[in-house]
Design a protein around this ligand. Structure first.
Ligand code: MCA
Ligand code: AMP
Length: 504
């Protein structure tokens, strides 16, 4: 029996001397060298006692070795669980415990804080640093670079990616081999990837965009990546002459446009620029075309579904839209109250069905039932409309979610932490326009009776507890929160009141 995902993405490159990763030190890792590294890692994982279906959590910096752990997980059938490097130990604890991970691999800098967390959760702990060193690699060098790939079917789980929830508790989206492979196949075709492509890769590899969209598409097409540890406009500009394709969140594009060295000449040879994870402002789209002559291709996806829609490769890439449902993906707009399909042109909730749609939330059958219909349609929570030519436009969110620089923040998680503060009676966390991140986090606080809000004390408490990108960039105090007749906080009123927080 084969391992469908491993065979398609990795196995078929065995022995290939073609370049896979171009690194910032000027070196290149071939496909064969990468697979040999992954083979050693696969032995290390199984020798640690992990078997197919076990979870391996990683919170490590982006490196070729970090990517090879993903490959090793696919090869061994172990479920890969990557975590944002910005998460604090308290956040990591939840993911390790909830997933029942058997092994946590972290940077040595965080090992002291995470050791008791792993121990309490019954997980092993090993280290891997940004340069690839650490206890995991030290063991791996002693192993054979050939590993007998573990059989897996398309229905077997390949990865858990946690996505925050409106209740404040993150949910582990269970992604199968077929979910990942079918989407990569569709995108290679739709975006015309070939082995001649070189992708400029500056996204983190702990989310769908950088890991599955960018990396799986590259692997499937046999393309190469210029693999950058993080986004830096100067480095992007320096590397762009060697690339053919770039993928990024809207902040990448606005920051590049802010740099006068980002010119038409620099991008003349480029084949494709893709944007996603957050809305690309029409004005960015227009500015980008004015500057470079290229029209950014915007697409729309989710952790639970990989990619759902895309603007066309040929044909008009329409600013302010996310294009058409991808081949094999059914998309409909429904009435949020009844679930009935709405006629074209009416605004409702976007629902999607296809081989890309996940299997459900790990150990959360009720949440799964709420969002994944029995007939296979997933209720995205995004509000959209389909125009008369079939382009999908996202007009808002039915879910209380902030997207900042492509990272998702569920206000409830931050509100729960603020409400715990002695001086706070209640709080509302909102997203308002931010020139760099698209949306910026504002916390509106009502003081407990007789108390004064001590902003410094509040920040001192939450800073070590939640990732920096989730923390409020502005705190305001009000006597009371605006509510509707049902007593529900009117966040739209607050968003209007504080709309200029970052833009003036
Ligand atoms: C960093 N900071 C942020 C963010 N990133 N604050 C809010 N939102 C952010 N996204 C904080 C830093 O900690 C710092 O705080 C301050 O803001 C300025 O940091 P800066 O150095 O400017 O940030 P950076 O390191 O340059 O990072 C910005 C970034 C990064 C490059 C835009 O956030 C990024 O790579 N985002 C990509 C996210 C992504 O891959 N999303 C895909 C999700 P201080 O000054 O206090 O230290 S997948 C997905 O959504 C779906 C499936 C899809 O459709 O793709
Ligand atoms: P996540 O589940 O964390 O990956 O975030 C997925 C969410 O990002 C979607 O439900 C949308 O709200 C948003 N999103 C992704 N791509 C786009 C896009 N091109 N335009 C607008 N929103 C997007």
């Amino acid at each position: 029996m084969p391992n469908v995902l491993y065979d398609a993405l990795f196995g078929r490159h065995s022995g290939s001397q073609a370049p896979f990763l171009h690194l910032t030190d000027g070196s290149t890792l071939t496909y064969d060298a990468f697979l040999k590294l992954a083979g050693r890692f696969a032995h290390t994982i199984t020798d640690e006692g992990l078997v197919a279906g076990d979870r391996l959590a990683v919170q490590i910096e982006k490196s070729p070795e970090a990517l090879a752990i993903y490959a090793a997980c696919v090869q061994t059938g172990v479920i890969f669980l990557p975590l944002n490097t910005g998460y604090m130990p308290e956040e990591v604890q939840y993911f390790v415990e909830n997933s029942g991970a058997r092994l946590l691999i972290c940077d040595v800098r965080n090992a002291v804080g995470l050791t008791p967390i792993a121990a309490n959760a019954g997980a092993g702990l090993m280290t891997m640093n940004a340069d690839g060193s650490g206890s995991f690699s030290a063991v791996a060098v002693t192993k054979s670079d050939r590993f007998a790939t573990v059989d897996r079917t398309g229905d077997d789980l390949a990865a858990f990616l946690y996505t925050s929830g409106t209740t404040g508790r993150s949910k582990g989206a269970m992604l199968t081999q077929t979910n990942l492979l079918s989407n990569a196949q569709t995108l290679v075709d739709y975006w015309r990837f070939t082995s001649r492509d070189v992708l400029l890769h500056a996204l983190p590899i702990f989310h769908t965009h950088g890991l599955f969209v960018a990396t799986n598409v590259t692997l499937l097409a046999g393309s190469a990546m210029i693999f950058l540890p993080k986004f830096d406009p100067a480095v992007m500009i320096a590397q762009m002459p060697k690339a053919t394709v770039m993928m990024g969140v809207p902040t990448f594009y606005t920051r590049l446009l802010d740099d006068p060295a980002f010119t038409k000449e620099l991008t003349a040879h480029m084949r494709l620029f893709v944007s996603g994870s957050a809305p690309l402002l029409s004005e960015t789209h227009v500015q980008f075309e004015d500057r470079t002559g290229h029209r950014i291709l915007e697409r729309y996806g989710m952790t639970e579904t990989n990619m759902n829609t895309s603007n066309p490769y040929d044909g008009t890439r329409r600013a302010g839209t996310v294009g058409f449902p991808l081949p094999g993906v059914e998309l409909k707009v429904t009435d949020p109250a009844t679930g009935a399909t709405l006629p074209q042109g009416e605004i409702g909730v976007i629902e999607v069905r296809g081989p890309n749609v996940f299997k459900g939330y790990w150990q959360m059958p009720e949440k799964t039932r709420e969002e994944l219909r029995e007939d296979g349609f997933f209720i995205t929570g995004d509000l959209g409309v389909i125009d008369d030519q079939g382009y999908v436009q996202i007009v808002g969110r039915g879910k209380d979610l902030i997207i900042s620089g492509g990272y998702n923040i569920y206000p409830k998680e931050v509100e729960l932490m603020l409400d715990e503060q002695d001086c706070v009676m209640e709080s509302a966390v909102i997203g308002v326009p931010h020139p760099d991140f698209g949306e910026g986090v504002v916390a509106v606080l009502v003081p407990s009776s007789g108390k004064q809000i001590d902003t410094d004390a509040i920040m001192a408490d939450i800073k070590p507890r939640i990732a920096r990108f989730k923390q409020p960039k502005r705190i305001v105090v009000m006597d009371e929160l605006p509510r509707n007749t049902m007593g529900k906080v009117q966040k739209n009123v607050l968003r209007d009141m504080f709309a200029d927080s970052f833009t003036t």
